[in-house]
Design a protein around this ligand. Structure first.
Ligand SMILES: Cc1cc2nc3c(=O)[nH]c(=O)nc-3n(C[C@H](O)[C@H](O)[C@H](O)COP(=O)(O)OP(=O)(O)OC[C@H]3O[C@@H](n4cnc5c(N)ncnc54)[C@H](O)[C@@H]3O)c2cc1C
Ligand SMILES: *[C@@H]1O[C@H](CO)[C@@H](O)[C@H](O)[C@H]1NC(C)=O
Ligand SMILES: *[C@@H]1O[C@H](CO)[C@@H](O)[C@H](O)[C@H]1NC(C)=O
Ligand SMILES: *[C@@H]1O[C@H](CO)[C@@H](O)[C@H](O)[C@H]1NC(C)=O
Ligand SMILES: *[C@@H]1O[C@H](CO)[C@@H](O)[C@H](O)[C@H]1NC(C)=O
Length: 529
């Protein structure tokens, strides 16, 4: 329900508390509620899980507590370092409570610091039992739960105010086999991967085993966390399909606290949902088993095209669009980025991989758009870049529009009949266009709020010249203000997913913004609406 402005939410609450609907509204327990656990209860939980309950603070506050009173720039921007901070999100804006009343912020090196959208406690899980204990504690005490592996989420789904965090970062086991069985059927070579294992480490371990898995471009995104539940695109997706197409089994702790082995013959409905039905809505994944493929050498090339103006960049984009299918025969994949920048900025290589503020928006671009109207792409890119210039004037030099595209089709299209919740828009898409709107701690709050909504207000109408209205997109790389997320993210699968949700999570323990069932809750997942 993030699309509804705060004022409207307050109004709805005020109206409903005066009506008979009153009894229907339920809220989870937060500090100060009668049902919130006492400190003795928290201590008892801590003992049960071997002392792995920690107090959570925003990353800026954590940095302030270090010797010297600050993090270095290298630490602040390092996803590996941030992964050691339970409260850290890699795109830092998700730690900020912009929509709380009053806003609760914790900016880097600031003298004051609010808790923002950061949880209160974290269970730093090392075992299945830790997870089961945390889930049962949360459900019996009616707590808001969030689950985090890497903290990379671009919709802020791995953090929430007043919540108990269950962090699976510690689950980094992996094992490889040449013969993985579902029942009596041999599915061939596969890897079982802990939900906290970073992609980069997994690539290395797979290589040591002579294998490749379907993974993304980041070293620190977790292969068996949010990436997989969203769909998981990859440079090798045109050859092998999406990550969700290649998953064989999950071990997951559901809301009841039970550990389930989920595959095509055991809880097949939940298996369907976990493959593309959205991150964080189904339970806490302990591990997932993926198909692996023999590794191979690739030819890898980088081509930089530089244009002297937005109009020239648009013309380049149109030529590129005309040649979209040239690499189809070899299942070639590409990533391309069109950035509006000063020539000096364009030549400058920054290592600021994370630790910035950014709001994303995206659309899957149907292959038919490239076939039918490649010239429209030039117009779209030029207009998007021009809109970026507007951003820079608005809020300062570091803000820019960052349209990138990841190319698909090939095996992704061929997997159309795989039974999964993957948005069918993936099967006919040639690319995923993602836009990022950036800001800094110095950006005035009013401008931040303009930028957070820039995709819906300014960019989506430009993109829709190419996609048409009611397009689909990738739930993991998207705008948290999408008004019709049920169809935009899940296409025709939402009703079926809702049914599976009520079966495995009848009390809505696992609610994330724009996830299945989230329409029943406020934007923080704290009270039903
Ligand atoms: C630098 C970068 C590069 C990326 N590249 C790609 C790419 O190439 N391809 C691609 O498809 N995506 C890519 N992504 C997007 C990525 O898929 C999402 O950010 C994804 O949500 C990350 O999942 P995570 O579990 O690592 O992150 P988290 O922030 O920890 O979690 C994301 C979501 O998954 C849930 N979750 C996490 N762990 C668990 C668990 N154990 N059990 C249940 N739910 C869990 C969380 O609750 C949250 O909803 C990229 C992201 C970044 C930041
Ligand atoms: C949990 O116990 C450990 C070990 O005794 C302790 O270090 C930690 O501070 C405790 N956590 C909380 C939240 O009190
Ligand atoms: C915060 O402090 C550190 C250490 O003094 C410094 O390196 C960094 O540039 C500061 N950053 C900001 C945004 O103030
Ligand atoms: C990881 O592997 C070790 C050794 O095989 C095992 O003892 C442990 O239980 C595993 N942990 C998880 C979380 O699977
Ligand atoms: C998918 O299934 C339909 C209906 O059975 C069939 O007509 C189609 O050829 C299949 N497509 C692929 C790519 O397997």
């Amino acid at each position: 329900m993030r699309s509804i402005p705060t004022a409207l939410i307050l109004l709805v609450c005020a109206l409903s508390s005066a009506s008979k609907e009153d009894e229907r509204q339920t809220c989870r327990n937060i500090p100060g509620s009668a049902g919130y656990p006492t400190s003795a209860a928290w201590s008892a939980l801590n003992k049960t899980i071997g002392g792995r309950l920690v107090k959570v603070v925003p990353s800026a506050k954590y940095c302030a507590s270090l010797p010297g009173g600050a993090c270095t720039d290298a630490q602040w921007t390092s996803a590996v370092f941030r992964g050691t901070i339970p409260g850290a999100m890699n795109t830092v804006n998700w730690e900020q409570g912009y929509d709380l009343s009053p806003p609760s912020l914790c900016l880097r090196n600031a003298t004051t610091c609010g808790q923002g959208d950061v949880p209160i406690y974290s269970v730093e899980a090392q075992s299945v039992v830790d997870i089961q204990t945390a889930v049962k504690f949360a459900s019996s005490n009616k707590l808001r739960v969030v689950v985090k592996a890497s903290g990379h989420d671009w919709l802020g789904r791995s953090t929430a105010p007043n919540s108990l965090l269950i962090r699976t970062t510690g689950l980094q086991n992996s094992s490889f086999t040449e013969a993985f069985f579902i029942g009596t059927e041999n599915m061939g070579s596969a890897a079982t991967v802990g939900s906290g294992l970073p992609m980069g480490v997994l690539y290395q371990r797979a290589k040591a085993n002579g294998k490749i898995i379907i993974g993304g471009t980041a070293a620190t995104v977790c292969a068996a966390g949010g990436y997989l539940q969203g769909a998981g695109h990859s440079a090798v997706a045109p050859i092998f399909g999406l990550a969700a197409d290649n998953v064989l089994e999950f071990n997951i702790v559901i809301a009841s606290g039970e550990l389930l082995k989920v595959n095509s013959i055991s809880y097949p409905d939940l298996f369907y949902a976990l493959r593309g039905g959205g991150a964080g809505s189904w339970g806490v994944i302990v591990s997932a088993t993926f198909r692996t493929f023999p590794t191979f050498d690739v030819t890898y090339g980088v081509i930089d095209l530089t244009a002297s103006s937005n109009a020239a960049a648009g013309a380049l984009a149109a030529i590129h669009a005309q040649h979209m299918f040239d690499l189809e025969a070899v299942h070639g994949s590409q990533y391309s980025y069109y950035t509006s920048a000063n020539i000096n900025d364009a030549l400058f290589q920054s290592d600021d991989s994370v630790g910035n503020d950014m709001a994303m928006g995206s659309r899957l671009i149907p292959a038919s758009a490239y076939r039918n109207a490649p010239a429209t792409f030039g117009k779209m890119y030029e207009e998007l870049l021009d809109a970026g210039t507007f951003d820079r004037r608005l809020v300062g030099a570091r803000t820019h529009v960052y349209p990138g595209a990841h190319w698909v089709l090939g095996q992704v299209a061929a997997n159309i009949n795989v039974s999964s919740a993957v948005n069918p828009a993936w099967r006919t898409a040639k690319s995923l266009l993602t836009l990022g709107n950036f800001w800094t701690d110095q950006t005035p709050l009013a401008d931040v709020n303009v930028l957070r909504r820039m995709f819906q207000t300014t960019q989506l109408p430009i993109v829709e010249q190419v996609t048409g209205p009611n397009g689909g997109t990738y739930s993991n790389e998207a705008d948290v203000f999408e008004p019709n997320f049920q169809t935009t993210f899940f296409g025709p699968n939402y009703a079926k997913l809702s049914g599976i949700k009520s079966k495995y999570d009848p009390e809505d323990l696992f609610i994330v913004p724009l996830g299945v069932g989230s329409e029943r809750w406020d934007q923080w997942g704290l009270c039903t609406v």
